[in-house]
Ligand binder design. Sequence first.
Ligand SMILES: [Zn+2]
Length: 210
Amino acid sequence: MTRFYDFVRQDYGDVYADALMCGTYEQLPRCANCQLACRRRIPPLIIEWDDGSNVIGDFTWPAGLEEIVVSDRVKTCFQSNGLVGIEFEPVEMFQKPNLKKPTKESRAKRRVWLPYNGPPLWSLVVTSSFHLDLVKSKRSVVNECQRCGRERMIVHDRAAPLVLTGDLSQRADLFRIREMGKLVFGVESVRQIIEENRFTNVQMKERGRL
Ligand SMILES: [Zn+2]
């Protein structure tokens, strides 16, 4: 058994540059019953930098906790450690055409300006996943639409550890839990790697055992 953790953002105070996700999506057809239209994220991930800081952390969070952008340092480290369950895709950047980098940096609002000349950034794509044992994890799922199968999770006990189920024999250092959207989880060795390398703008909170 190894402990596992979820990846969460650390900085909300403009220490590190914040970005918003602005693409790319594929629009899916509207459900004839509930009228909701989903969209699916397709590569490449496109981000737009926000005002606040010009320092890029090792982790950037352009869509809540659902999308993770990592530095080249993280990619190199994860790959050299042979971590299983991840891929890296290129990140593209967008800047509104009316935004022009001021000639005097001191007068500028701090932000990352394009053209971007730094080391490459990467979209961390998690390819491994497990299922959640809902009962043991003190959760249940209600079906919100019979036609499109949309579901909503009800959490009965926020403090309850997450219990996984199904085929747990496959090795995965990073993984998603199918019932928990796009949150990213990692095992104890990943937490140690992140701590030893002092990667910035990320915290790992214990969520269960695998
Ligand atoms: Zn529906």
